[in-house]
Design a protein around this ligand. Sequence first.
Ligand code: PMP
Ligand code: GLU
Length: 392
Amino acid sequence: MISKLVSGLNPSATVEIQETLAQLTAKGVDVVRLNAGEPDMPTPAHIVDAGINALREGKTRYTPAAGILPLREAIAEKLERDNGLHYESSGIVVTTGAKQALVNALLAVIDPGDEVIILTPAWVSYPDMVKIAGGVPVFVPTGPGYQPDIRAIERAITPKTKLILINSPNNPTGAVYTEEKLHALADLIAERKLWVLSDEIYEKLIYKGKTHTSVVSLRPELAERALIVNGFSKAFAMTGWRAGYLAAPKPIAKAATILAGHMTSNVTTFVQWACLAALGGGDTCIEAMRDVFAARQTVIEGLLNELPGFTAGPVDGAFYMMPDVTGVFGRTVAGVTIESSAQLAHVMLEKAHVAVIPGEAFFSPGTLRFSYCVSEADIREGISRIGQLLGG
Ligand code: PMP
Ligand code: GLU
């Protein structure tokens, strides 16, 4: 029998769909993939070269479980430079993607029954990660523009609340939290003496002249109970390399390192050297990718709002948009009366060969997540197929 812990978990919808799409592709079906949460650009050449050179130089042995010292130092410098956060290398753990940073951070601070506030729509894995750590996810819907609803968060806090999870720029909504909301969150977290886990993996993907602020930088006392998660996947187009990091108070970083020491040991050695090159290479490659995403963002926002029954508010970051599609409910599409966004996503895949992720996967029924990690031509093709499906 499967353990109680694992039977209580759901498969990751964003990961699982890759298998379905691989099967469709193998059958020769041409699917427009507006589902993928990964940059479609190759990893920049200087990073690839650094990985190859590391392999050739024999950097193929175990490293400390927390990662090589030069990389931890470079991450600490990056946090200072980009985010105004002060960490020493002993507060940094290099992890197998941001995923491992999230899980090990939660395992390090959550005791059974501790409540963790998660703002919805939320990335698919957060609640299950909280459950893996023995915690209880508490969902709090965001307000207009997918911005945090501070009053609703206040109301959700109980004596059992241990931590609040923040993700700005946000997956799945693309929202970048306003300075006003971030200040209000920082004040609330400080006053209630909560832990905060800030997942900043999309920090470099912000458009329309907006910038990223780490909530933890707004009140210095937050650092005592802050877990900063970030990674290389999105900013440097390095999803398959599996590298991320956790910055935390030293005892927590040590606890996360103990966990890594038993479960994975170090992140692949030559990958760590490539990450060092990524951090040392300046932001030029990031800016080039950001310009591409910014142009696509404008295109997809306009096109989504032209679809009957779709409403997509303006957002400023990541590479996602999450239109409300309740306007389609009750309509008959390809012979099916649509009653949920999961059903609509299914019909879109089956009949129009366009893949998106239904809002249900992000605890947000009535919405669909569109990712714009494909060319502008593919975005236009995908939305035009949906337009024909809805119109026909
Ligand atoms: N956090 C968020 C919000 C994400 O969208 C993702 C998706 N990849 C991750 C963390 C995990 O990223 P990775 O493990 O590839 O670093
Ligand atoms: N995070 C990305 C997404 O939301 C990649 C898939 C995953 O790891 O969940 O699509």
